[in-house]
Ligand binder design. Structure first.
Ligand code: NAD
Ligand code: MG
Length: 400
């Protein structure tokens, strides 16, 4: 079997760690070409010593300098590169077969696009890239013949429920798929009294009941903006209208999503909530391989429940549908405003309950344009950050 050379963008994060865990179980099958991170030198140093990549990228120049010194001290042969430009370099490197796109937020867009343009197997965890720039990313995939495989557990589940031979970016409708059921756990505040939302702390919001994830996506799960971003992601990946997608609350996070077919069949993918399953699926596809995840025990699993999400509890979900309806750069604006709001909430500069207001105000303030060039998408992202930051600066102080 040919060894697959892989670049992991965002290797020091939650998805990055799970990817390295899966890859290390199959050393004859995978070779790590490059690892990248923003500034966590200690973790990157440990990853370089364990996985011996040819290249390690630190976006922050001081962190790159510190890593270079730390690796030189132990005689490591890993080459250290600095700066955001190096992310795209290691994504499009000719020797690389597969790229795990696991940077959080808009910072992941350019290297993910570089991997797609270079025709790689793109393992897409960075949903913000699709939300910002779905049309450009899907065009790049079609033109280069890249193989795009979803890592987000719901989209990976949907992909697994589609027929053999289906490729992402192609509409699922001609395959007889009538509806996509996107499951949502409801996060940590599914049952919390609404009048206590203003006092929610960052640590409370990051304590997800079922999944262990990075802080930004954990907050998105608590507001349910994560599900909103995932609806947009699903529209691009599976080329369907928003009305084809139905969000359903499923607190156990065992059914990862479902596809309903014209003949009345509903296919679902089930498993324990552990991202190593979708990661191993996409790495091995179309084969299967060991992921380290415990198999589901149906006899002890208990009840599986399904219900409709409450619109008043989760206004962020409605905002995502509104941006999708508007189209063009509106979803890039939604994403940027959300990133600014979540960052401010994590920094204790904004109340949890104000996050949707930042996004709604920013969406109202900026007219959507066609998202037909990178300049337009990045311009909308920049303007949205300005508007959202101004809102945050004027927001009521956080109660403590
Ligand atoms: P994380 O915060 O744990 O890790 C983020 C990674 O991105 C880190 O390696 C960090 O160094 C890097 N990074 C951060 N800012 C950067 C910048 N400006 N430039 C370059 N690199 C930067 O996040 P995560 O939970 O691993 O999530 C990563 C992506 O995967 C997100 O888009 C998230 O929505 C998606 N995702 C995550 C999960 C999960 O279970 N964690 C599930 C589904 C989808
Ligand atoms: Mg998900």
């Amino acid at each position: 079997m040919k060894t697959t050379q892989i670049t992991i963008l965002g290797s020091t994060g939650s998805i990055g760690l799970s990817t390295l865990d899966v890859v290390a179980r199959q050393p004859e099958r995978f070779r790590v070409y490059a690892l990248t991170a923003h500034c966590n030198v200690e973790r990157m140093r440990a990853q370089c010593l364990a996985h011996h990549p040819e290249v390690a990228v630190m976006v922050d120049p001081d962190a790159a300098e510190a890593l270079r010194a730390a690796l030189a001290a132990v005689g490591s042969r890993t080459e250290v590169r600095a700066g955001a430009e190096a992310l795209a370099e290691v994504a499009r490197e000719p020797r690389v077969d597969a790229v795990m796109a696991a940077i959080v937020g808009a910072a992941g867009l350019l290297p993910t696009l570089a991997a797609a343009e270079a025709g790689k197997r793109v393992l897409l965890a960075n949903k913000e890239a699709l939300v910002m720039s779905g049309a450009l990313l899907m065009d790049a995939v079609r033109r280069s013949g890249a193989c795009l495989l979803p890592i987000d557990s719901e989209h990976n589940a949907i992909f697994q429920c589609l027929p053999n031979g289906y490729v992402c970016a192609e509409s699922v409708t001609p395959h007889g798929a009538r509806r996509i059921w996107l499951t949502a756990s409801g996060g940590p505040f599914r049952d919390r009294p609404l009048d206590s939302f203003a006092g929610i702390t960052p640590d409370e919001a990051c304590a997800h009941p079922n999944w262990d994830m990075g802080r930004k996506i954990s907050v998105d799960s608590a507001t349910m903006m994560n599900k909103g971003l995932e609806v947009i992601e699903a529209c691009w990946l599976f080329a369907v209208a928003p009305s084809t997608i139905q969000v359903v609350l499923h607190p156990q996070s065992i059914v990862h999503s479902m596809v309903a077919y014209d003949d009345g069949s509903v296919l679902a993918q089930l498993g324990n909530p552990d991202m190593r399953t979708p990661i191993a699926h996409a790495l091995a596809w179309p084969e299967r391989m060991e992921s380290g995840v415990e198999p589901l025990d149906l006899l002890t699993m208990g009840k599986l429940e399904f219900s409709e999400p409450e619109a008043a509890r989760f206004p962020a979900l409605g905002l995502a549908y509104a941006a999708l309806e508007r189209g063009g750069t509106a979803t890039a604006v939604l994403n940027a405003a959300n990133e600014v709001a979540v960052d401010a909430f994590l920094g204790e500069r904004l109340a949890f309950s104000e996050i949707p207001a930042v996004i709604a105000t920013t969406l109202e303030a900026i007219e959507a344009e066609a998202a037909d060039s990178l300049e337009r998408v990045l311009g909308a992202d920049r303007r949205a950050r300005e508007v959202a930051s101004e809102y945050v600066a004027n927001a009521r102080p956080v109660l403590s």
